[in-house]
Write a protein that binds this ligand. Sequence first.
Ligand code: PMP
Length: 373
Amino acid sequence: MTELNDLPLRDELRGKSPYGAPQLDVPVRLNTNENPYPLPEALVERIAERVTEAARQLNRYPDRDAVELRTELARYLTRSTGHPLGHEQVWAANGSNEVLQQLLQAFGGPGRTAIGFEPSYSMHGLIARGTGTGWISGPRNADFTIDTEAAVRAIGEHRPHVVFVCSPNNPTGTAVDEATVLALYEAAQAARPEQGALVVVDEAYGEFSHRPSLLPLLAGRPTLVVSRTMSKAFGAAGLRLGYLAAAAAVVDAVQLVRLPYHLSAVTQATALAALEHTDTLLGYVEQLKAERDRLVAELRALGCEVTDSDANFIQFGRFEGEGGAHAMWEALLAHGVLVRDNGVPGWLRVTAGTPKENDAFLDAVRAASKELK
Ligand code: PMP
């Protein structure tokens, strides 16, 4: 049988594993930062209506530029952040992963580099690899905030073409303040005075933050990009719809690399239906934020160390010793609760679920802590 390594695979992909959290069938799944609430029935019906309409025209290609959808996304961003945007400043693709990939296809690539401050969302580095972009792992403080001075120094030293800032950061939950983003943006432009460098703020979890969105920083900053997703706050991970806001010229740039008709008519119809129900969906976000804060407080009361969280998940620990975090991960799984081991030594990550799921998780932590003593 032909093995992967027998194939004429690109050298940088040899021996690598695909991204992926285990998809296990257990009672309580709190490992992929999904929204635990299914879409409300009225929205499910509206999706059926909109998709039926789209189905009548499936013999035709969809709107290649997804203008109606981008207009509604721009309206949502304007309304929720107070920063006025039109559809020319918004782009959409199949999940924010595809948005990030398009950005690296357009602004990274062979001979170019991107930097991120780790631990952070591992797909930033993996998409860099997939697009032939060199990856630079920048530092963080021990409390997982970005060390602004060290980050500015790293940007000056490596002169990356793309800088990733994840806020709130996955897997730590840490939000990044405005001053830090501005310092990184200025450092990135100073390091590449000819044309500047792209700074991508990944706000996949933006709606869950205690802080306002960083999106208003787009004003007057032509190489700043904010990426968002409907996978988390809109409870639509299965839809695969991510989007970005940036200067219109950045949107022109990603159109050079996007595949024609990349967003199916079914996807566009479904996303438009979901946007009609924004207020209801954001109501669930408020419940999740309250549950997230409760989990932080209860885990601390149990004696866990918990990183302050602005996301719909929490980094908790600290599990001492080699393999300590993984032993806890296994013990929780034995109690029917799946959390995430991101490989950050000593720490695990749990997604805020429904109150019942969170209670089951807390019970499992209590039981597992006793067993592992
Ligand atoms: N950015 C971050 C920080 C994430 O955690 C995720 C999903 N885990 C994504 C982007 C991608 O999400 P999607 O492709 O579903 O929009």
